[in-house]
Design a protein around this ligand. Structure first.
Ligand code: NAP
Length: 252
């Protein structure tokens, strides 16, 4: 089929993996709506996308806020056209052992990852099904397999895998594929913050993690962006409901 100009929404696109995904999708020819809590934080990513020759807009929205999500998707549709690629990437961590984990830390992680992906996908699928083509990519994590101190995050990331498979079943007939990427350790502000919490320098933390990774290095945001690029492409039209672990080695 003739694929329309792709318009992508990347949540949490201001920095880290979301910024790399935005740049990579722009290089692939997509227009990009960079969504993050604070629209001014998106300026650098928007400029990078424009430098690559694609249109971009910054949209401030909390993905866990239903009204903000609807307003964000409406704005993308009116400013750039129907969003046909959605990357649910916005994320937070609130790590603690179960006996010390507050209800607020449980709820905020669930709200950003699970409720956020649900609200964004529900608001965007209408455009994809109308066009008859769409791509949803959800950011899971190797933590979905269990990770000490991350009961909230692991549950949310495992939940996203079930969410992915279910949307793949529901939306396939409309030309919409839904896949998940489960990264291992990626060097971003999120992992830098974990190093700080553990009282380690980021360099030492990365080196310690690299020792456990078969390819001998930690991941970079572009490693994830490359996988998103594949799922968002027409060449992946027969791949749906999959979880791709991008972790430098096999996962248990
Ligand atoms: P990051 O550097 O912390 O960036 C996350 C971005 O999401 C930030 O710009 C943040 O904005 C934004 N965000 C947070 N809550 C939001 C909300 N409610 N609405 C809109 N935007 C929100 O994280 P990252 O390392 O790039 O991770 C990106 C995704 O990959 C996350 O889903 C993460 O769980 C997943 N992941 C990361 C790793 C890793 O090793 N880094 C591994 C596996 C999976 P603020 O700056 O304003 O908070």
């Amino acid at each position: 089929m003739n694929i329309p100009q792709r318009t992508a929404i990347v949540t949490g696109g201001a920095r880290g993996i979301g910024a790399a995904v935005s740049r990579r999708l722009a290089a692939d020819g997509c227009q990009v709506a960079v969504v993050d809590l604070d629209d001014s934080a998106c300026a650098e990513t928007v400029a990078a996308v424009e430098e690559l020759g694609s249109k971009a807009i910054a949209v401030g929205a909390d993905v866990s806020d239903e009204a903000a999500v609807q307003a964000a998707v409406d704005r993308v549709a009116s400013d750039l056209g129907a969003p046909t690629v959605l990357v649910n990437n916005a994320g937070i961590t609130r790590d603690n052992l179960l006996f010390k984990m507050s209800t607020a830390d449980w709820d905020s992680v669930m709200n950003v990852h699970l409720r956020g992906a649900f609200l964004m996908s529900r608001a965007t699928q209408r455009h994809m099904t109308e066009v008859g083509w769409g791509r949803i990519v959800n950011l899971s994590s190797i933590s979905a397999l269990g990770n000490r101190g991350q009961a909230n995050y692991a549950a949310a990331k495992a939940g996203l895998q079930g969410f992915t498979k279910t949307l793949a079943l529901e939306l396939g007939r409309f030309g919409v594929t839904v896949n998940a990427i489960a990264p291992g350790f990626i060097a971003t502000e999120m992992t830098a913050a974990t190093a700080e919490r553990l009282g380690m320098s980021f360099e030492d933390f990365k080196a310690a993690n690299a020792k456990e990774i078969p390819v001998g290095r930690v991941g970079e945001p572009d490693d994830i962006a490359n996988a998103v690029s594949f799922f968002a492409d027409e060449r992946a039209s027969f791949v749906s409901g999959q979880v791709l672990y991008v972790a430098g080695g096999p996962t248990a």
